[in-house]
Design a protein around this ligand. Structure first.
Ligand code: FAD
Ligand code: SF4
Ligand code: SF4
Length: 500
């Protein structure tokens, strides 16, 4: 899998392009079928069905093959979208797969969970008069077809190098880097404190957006490609059972990549904030994902992280909040309300996900923020006040302020806090005071070399960027891998040469 961009061809198959493509005038946009809300809200299976071959070809043919493709410009990976759409429209799926996987390590995952409305599809130029090309659904279709057809071959590097790389974190950032470095022939070892590969793709994002076997399929593929996984092994400040010291890792490998994501939940204070039944979003989602994977989890069995029969209030307006409300519906909650201090137009979560949540029975309480939690020992209600939008701040985002004497109380026996995440303090946790961090606690890297303040230690993904997206973690992982290869060739030329 190379990273090179393939030149676009105006004609193919001897047929003028206009006859095969530019069908957006005559063919309406068609998304893959969505399972009815009543059916999908009782299970954790994906809600969108796959395209059939004919649908994928027809939808791809709507692309107008722009000379300057804004879809690609707004894809963090710079995917060569018009060309793989054209190949799909022409039934050249194996070539479409080769092209799509040249720039994206996990196209079948991005096709499912990228917020396309803000990225590629939101910038498709035919969107103004006609709805955009369904880029994400086609991207997913191409790689799912490739797996089903046996076109996805494990990596077989042309040379094996003796140099070894340690990657901390088996999320999309770490895994994309692992693939890229394995292709260069490095001996790649991935360490993760979780027992499964995928990071937030397996324990954060619920199955109704991304089924777990899609991620497990990539784990197997990486193992078959020669990547070695050390699971259930956290990196810390010393070697002990279930933990390896960061210093040991540095000794063991020629270069190290930190791709540990961000996991410290932002908290909420106020009277009653310590009551039972007020839980963190990621704890709640991780348990639910474990159940989907067949694990037995005590905190679900004892009702602590189980929404069944409860009045649930989720606080927050991002994608994590959307995943929590929709999980609670599937667990059989009595009612599910989402409390968000801004309005629908100003929420950070994807509009598509809000719509899905509403269809499934979630009630949104816009322009409302919690003031206090009521209850004795365990929460029984959330007291909130109405908010109003003020003037835009320097970033253009409207400020919010409370409306006087507007308090009201929502019944709640499970409150889920989904207010975002910050990085864990790695320099302290890992006994590495020289590992430089920004004022937000994210790792500082040189933006050209991706190297941290420690020589030979690189970083990528959310731990550098702050909470972001899978597609950005992939991009960072790829870029960091390229820089690590460059650095190793320059600093360890003798060993690199000897092994080739
Ligand atoms: P992560 O995916 O967080 O992976 C980091 C890995 O490092 C984890 O496996 C962790 O166990 C491991 N690790 C951490 N510390 C240590 C340590 N000390 N030792 C060993 N291992 C360690 N993005 C989208 O694009 N679309 C979505 O729909 C979407 N939905 C989301 C829903 C939720 C609930 C959440 C929380 C996030 C969502 N995101 C979504 C964001 C996306 O999941 C992240 O941006 C992305 O996973 C970041 O990738 P990463 O590789 O940097 O880190
Ligand atoms: Fe669109 Fe994401 Fe695919 Fe890029 S990776 S084309 S943004 S779905
Ligand atoms: Fe095709 Fe839309 Fe991209 Fe233009 S912007 S090349 S129409 S997908």
């Amino acid at each position: 899998m190379g990273a090179g961009r393939i030149e676009r061809l105006p004609f193919a198959g001897g047929k003028p392009m206009a006859e095969r493509m530019l069908k957006f005038v005559s063919v309406a946009q068609g998304q893959p079928d969505k399972r009815p809300a009543a059916e999908r809200s009782t299970d954790f299976d994906e809600i969108y069905r796959s395209f059939a071959v004919a649908q994928a070809e027809q939808q791809s043919s709507r692309c107008s093959q722009c000379g300057v493709p804004f879809c690609s410009i707004h894809c963090p990976l710079g995917n060569n979208i018009p060309d793989w759409l054209k190949m799909t429209a022409e039934g050249r799926l194996e070539e479409a797969y080769a092209l799509s996987s040249a720039t994206n390590n996990f196209p079948e995952i991005c096709g499912r969970i990228c917020p396309q409305d803000r990225l590629c599809e939101g910038n498709c130029v035919i969107e103004k008069g006609f709805e955009s090309v369904t880029i994400g659904a086609v991207e997913r279709f191409i790689t799912d077809t490739a797996f089903a057809s046996g076109w996805v071959e494990p990596i077989r590097p042309p040379v094996e190098r003796a140099l070894s790389i340690g990657i901390v974190g088996a999320g999309p950032g770490g895994l994309a880097a692992a693939m890229q470095l394995r292709e260069q022939g490095y001996q790649v070892h991935v360490y993760d404190r979780y027992d499964r590969v995928g990071g937030l793709m397996v324990y954060g994002i619920p199955g109704f957006k991304l089924e777990k076997d899609i991620v497990a399929r990539r784990h197997l593929y990486l193992e078959e490609s020669g990547v070695k996984f050390h699971l259930g092994l956290g990196v810390g400040d010393r070697d002990e059972d279930g933990q390896i010291a960061f210093a040991t890792l540095r000794d063991r490998h020629d270069a190290v990549l930190i791709a540990t994501g961000v996991y410290k939940s932002r908290d909420i204070g106020g009277p009653g904030a310590g009551l039972g039944g007020i839980v963190k979003a990621l704890d709640y989602l991780t348990v639910s994902n474990r159940l989907s994977l067949g694990d037995t989890v005590e905190s679900f069995e004892n009702g602590e992280l189980n929404a069944a029969g409860k009045s649930v209030v989720v606080i927050g307006g991002g994608d994590t909040a959307m995943d929590c409300v929709r999980t609670a519906i599937r667990q059989g909650a009595k009612s599910v309300k989402c409390l968000y201090r801004r309005d629908r137009a100003n929420m950070p979560g994807s509009i598509r996900e809000v719509k899905n949540a509403e269809e499934e029975g979630v009630e949104f309480v816009w322009l409302a923020a919690p003031e206090a939690f009521r209850g004795e020992g365990t929460v029984s209600g959330v007291r909130a006040s109405r908010m109003k939008l003020g003037l835009p701040d320097a970033t253009g985002r409207q400020s919010v302020e409370p409306v006087e004497e507007s308090s009201f109380t929502l019944e709640a026996d499970l409150v889920i806090k989904a207010l975002g995440f910050d990085p864990e303090p790695l320099p302290t946790l890992w006994g590495q005071p020289d590992l430089a961090v920004s004022r937000w606690g994210t790792l500082r890297v040189d933006h050209e070399t991706f190297m941290t303040s420690l020589p030979g230690v690189f970083a990528a993904g959310d731990i550098v960027r702050g909470a972001s997206l899978v597609v950005w973690a992939i991009r960072d992982g790829r870029d960091a891998a390229a820089q690590m290869h460059r650095w190793l060739k320059n600093t360890a030329p003798a060993r690199a040469q000897a092994a080739e």
